[in-house]
Design a protein around this ligand. Structure first.
Ligand code: MEV
Length: 321
């Protein structure tokens, strides 16, 4: 296991780096507005291979330097002035599914570029990965990229035991801390409904500007804060209750979706609780299975038309491979 604060060492080209996707247990959307969040890295990765080349390309496509906003943002922010490179990227993380594929791509590229430029400490890597994703998306918090850089369970904006780093935007900061993995099995199910993180984040921002916005944000804050403590204490019953409450709040701010609600209902007989995970408006749900009913839960979600899988928290964050 990589020490969360261990630097990514220097390495010459060619080199390969990988970074995990993530699953948010509490606090998505509210984290953009300063509330706490709890997320863990999942054992699905994006891996990049970076080699010297005559012209810069992504997966053999020279147009990607202009057309892929994440690649362009990474080149501008972490490879500026560098020589042309050939980048190959492969990912096991479903795209536009709420599972952090863009954050993992940003973190893997930042780790690879940092290594090629003499090594990079993890706090700098977290800052760079955030800036790459924010530069491409225009909105968003440091939660996804910091989880991908740190691995394991992380709390954003309070609640964790061990401080990791602080990520800064011109208007905001996110304090990132470590939470111990309670050792539970989680099930994620991808609805197959695609969505845009940026659009969902902007829509929630609008919703929170309504008169009841501050009280909704206060309840998001309470739920995630209590949820972080309950996970740290291994208190499943409280975690399940708070997952259900978090889903009610996400529904209230308009980012659930009829398919996600169907999946949550389909999961009920085999899950202690489930909620959408990530930006919502499509994408995926995460469920805490009733112990011993993991396989039944996966079958139920598949029968309901989703792509379900058991996810294991990945202890390691972005790293050279
Ligand atoms: C998306 O995975 C999580 C959101 O909270 C956006 C963000 O934190 O950047 C919806």
């Amino acid at each position: 296991m990589t020490e969360p604060l261990s630097p990514v060492p220097a390495r010459g080209l060619p080199l390969s780096a990988r970074a995990p996707g993530k699953c948010i247990v509490f606090g998505e959307h509210a984290v953009v507005h300063g509330a706490p969040e709890l997320a863990f890295a999942i054992d699905l990765y994006t891996q990049v291979l970076v080699r010297s080349a005559e012209t810069t390309r992504l997966n053999a496509d020279a147009e990607a330097t202009a057309q892929n906003p994440y690649f362009r943002s990474a080149l501008e922010r972490a490879w500026s002035g560098g020589p042309p490179i050939d980048v190959r990227a492969v990912s096991r993380i479903p795209r536009a599914a709420g599972l952090g594929s863009s954050a993992a791509f940003a973190a893997a590229l930042a780790a690879a570029f940092g290594a090629a430029r003499g090594g990079v400490d993890r706090a700098t890597l977290a800052q760079q990965a955030f800036e790459i994703e924010r530069g491409a998306q225009g909105v968003g918090s440091a939660g996804d990229t910091s989880t991908s850089v740190a691995g394991g369970f992380v709390a954003i904006n309070g609640g964790g035991a061990e401080p990791l780093w602080t990520v800064r935007a011109p208007d905001q900061t996110w304090k990132v801390t470590r939470v111990a993995d309670p050792g539970w099995v989680w099930v994620v199910a991808h609805s197959g409904v695609p969505r845009s993180t940026g659009d969902a984040v902007r829509a929630v921002g609008e919703r929170l500007r309504k008169p009841d916005g501050p009280s909704l944000l206060a309840e998001f804050t309470r739920v995630a804060g209590d949820g972080i403590r309950a996970v740290a204490q291994g208190d499943r019953a409280t975690v399940a209750e708070l997952i259900r409450r978090n889903q009610e709040l996400l529904r209230e701010v308009g980012v659930s979706h009829p398919r996600l609600e169907e999946l949550i209902r389909a999961a009920e007989p085999a899950a202690e609780a489930s909620k959408l995970t990530g930006a919502g408006a499509g994408g995926s749900i995460v469920a805490l299975p009733i112990p011993g009913k993991e396989a039944e839960l996966v079958r139920r979600l598949a029968r309901a038309g989703a792509l379900p899988f058991v996810v294991r928290p990945a202890p390691d964050g972005a790293a050279l491979v």
